[in-house]
Design a protein around this ligand. Structure first.
Ligand SMILES: C[S@@+](CC[C@H](N)C(=O)[O-])C[C@H]1O[C@@H](n2cnc3c(N)ncnc32)[C@H](O)[C@@H]1O
Length: 250
């Protein structure tokens, strides 16, 4: 199902990459699809990445549930301790890199990376189709052209040998088979590529997941080193509640 939206002179075909901000769509039927009739081959629609990956967004669960999680990730007070701009600055990007934000969620970091990469790009990858829909919609409506929303599977982080930086914040503890996942990630990277890894510190903290799912700093270093990446730096003082490590593919 497609909807037309006029943004800065461009007609975008949203391909049901809607959020609750848009009115409910009419039932799917070819006769209700004006976008198809008006399709102009010279100006092809910016298609939804879910369609490109064979998912029918019309079949996703209601957006309300996801929008609550997005609100949680984007809560204003998070910036006080998450320091997203300082985290992006700490990577010292030159601006032409390709960064893959694995488990991007709402795009809390992805949209900041997009700004820091005027001649590069960010791939905002997530396993939740609703998040990918949100990321794509947000990029389209905000006119962010160097952000690609990508649906990945839980067993494949979706990085390639074109990736300069992998960014993973509060995701690794969600991954089931961490050694296999990290092996896949490491094998896909070219020599010299880097990975920034952020996870919550152990102990009672005002933020973060339950203690039972946390990974210790030593465990993080062990897991990533076993996958063949080398610890290059640690931003130990930057974040009050999280470990922030940088690894490099030798
Ligand atoms: C706590 S959120 C963090 C989002 C974002 N990185 C941030 O810091 O705001 C965790 C995200 O990881 C995604 N996720 C869970 N399992 C994953 C996996 N195996 N591979 C990639 N992403 C995953 C979830 O869908 C969710 O969006």
């Amino acid at each position: 199902m497609k909807r037309m939206l006029s943004v800065a002179g461009y007609t975008l075909v949203l391909c049901a990459c809607n959020t609750s901000a848009l009115p409910p769509a009419p039932p799917a039927s070819p006769s209700h699809n004006p976008g198809a009739a008006q399709h102009d081959p010279a100006n092809p629609p910016i298609d939804c990445p879910l369609h490109a990956q064979g998912i029918k967004p019309d079949h996703l669960r209601p957006f309300a549930e996801v929008s609550k999680y997005i609100e949680f990730l984007e809560r204003p007070d998070r910036a006080l301790w998450q320091k997203p701009d300082a985290v992006v600055d700490a990577l010292a990007l030159v601006g032409s890199e390709t960064v893959v934000d694995v488990g991007a969620g709402s795009g809390y970091f992805s949209f900041r990376f997009a700004k820091a990469l005027p001649s590069g790009k960010v791939v905002a990858a997530d396993t939740e189709a609703e998040m990918v829909r949100h990321l794509h919609h947000r990029a389209l409506t905000a006119g962010v052209k160097n952000l690609e929303a990508k649906l990945i599977t839980p067993s494949d982080p979706g990085v390639t040998n074109l990736t300069d930086w992998v960014f993973i914040c509060d995701v690794l503890h969600h991954v089931e088979d961490r050694p296999a996942w990290l092996d896949k990630l490491s094998q896909a990277l070219k020599p010299g590529a880097r990975m920034a890894l952020i996870e919550f510190k152990e102990g009672k903290l005002p933020q973060g997941p339950p203690e039972s799912v946390k990974l210790t700093r030593a465990e993080l270093i062990r897991l990533v080193s076993q996958a063949g990446l080398v610890l290059e730096a640690e931003h130990a003082e930057l974040l009050p509640y999280q470990v922030f490590l940088v690894f490099k593919k030798p």
